[in-house]
Design a protein around this ligand. Structure first.
Ligand SMILES: O=C(O)CCC(=O)C(=O)O
Ligand SMILES: [Mn+2]
Length: 212
């Protein structure tokens, strides 16, 4: 079966925020479309776009150095380092803007995060390929709060062993996608490239890095 998720999905109103359950099998993914309103989303996008220390990282692939198809940055508590796509990341210290977003994400996630990975997708050619956030530093069954600002991009989830299990969901500005339980064990996710004209997008994934 092929699902097209949109704002018309099942809506549960157990909290003050409208939410949609995207996955409830082999993990849990919950979508909050209006986590930030449009005005607040635009303000945060501008603030982060101009102030974050964006980096062009590279990966080493079959003997070649390849630039990642997006800019990234890593902020977090001092002393937390993290390996992402074989890149050792040292966090920048929290800024007031990032701390304010973190506090709001923590309230809804009911967990204290100690780091955030930011991605800047400059246009439709920027992407992140199929992966799970299953690095050992994240521990078993990590809770990841993923916030979208700027242009809408399509996020896809695919079960690792069930065929035809792809779920697509467009992530508009101001939305929050919460991934928890066994999601990273059973599912992969991606942001595919698109030929459509899209505005730049910033994604923030708040995470908990465990001590080694
Ligand atoms: O941009 C997104 O929505 C997802 C980013 C992502 O999966 C990651 O950075 O691990
Ligand atoms: Mn990810």
């Amino acid at each position: 079966m092929y699902y097209q998720m949109g704002l018309s999905g099942d809506r549960l109103n157990s909290s003050d925020q409208p939410k949609t359950v995207v996955i409830d099998t082999d993990g849990e993914v919950i979508f909050y479309p209006n986590f930030f309103n449009i005005q607040e989303s635009d303000r945060l996008f501008s603030a982060l776009h101009s102030s974050v220390k964006w980096r062009q990282d590279t990966i080493y692939f079959y003997g070649k150095t390849i630039p990642l198809p997006r800019l990234t940055s890593w902020y977090g508590d001092e002393g937390k380092s993290y390996t992402y796509s074989h890149i050792q990341q040292h966090p920048e210290p929290w800024t007031p803007t990032l701390t304010s977003i973190k506090l709001k994400a923590e309230k809804i996630s009911e967990i204290t995060f100690n780091s955030v990975l930011l991605n800047l997708y400059r246009d439709g050619k920027d992407s992140v390929s199929w992966h799970s956030d299953d690095e050992p530093e994240l521990g078993k069954n990590p809770i990841i709060a993923s916030i979208s600002l700027g242009g809408t991009r399509r996020f896809s989830l695919r079960h690792k062993t069930s065929k035809d299990s792809q779920i697509d969901i467009d992530l508009p500005k101001g939305s929050l996608l919460l991934m928890k339980g066994e999601t990273q064990h059973f599912w992969k996710h991606q942001i595919a490239k698109t030929a459509k004209s899209v505005e730049p997008r910033i994604n923030l994934t708040f995470r908990v890095i465990k001590p080694f």
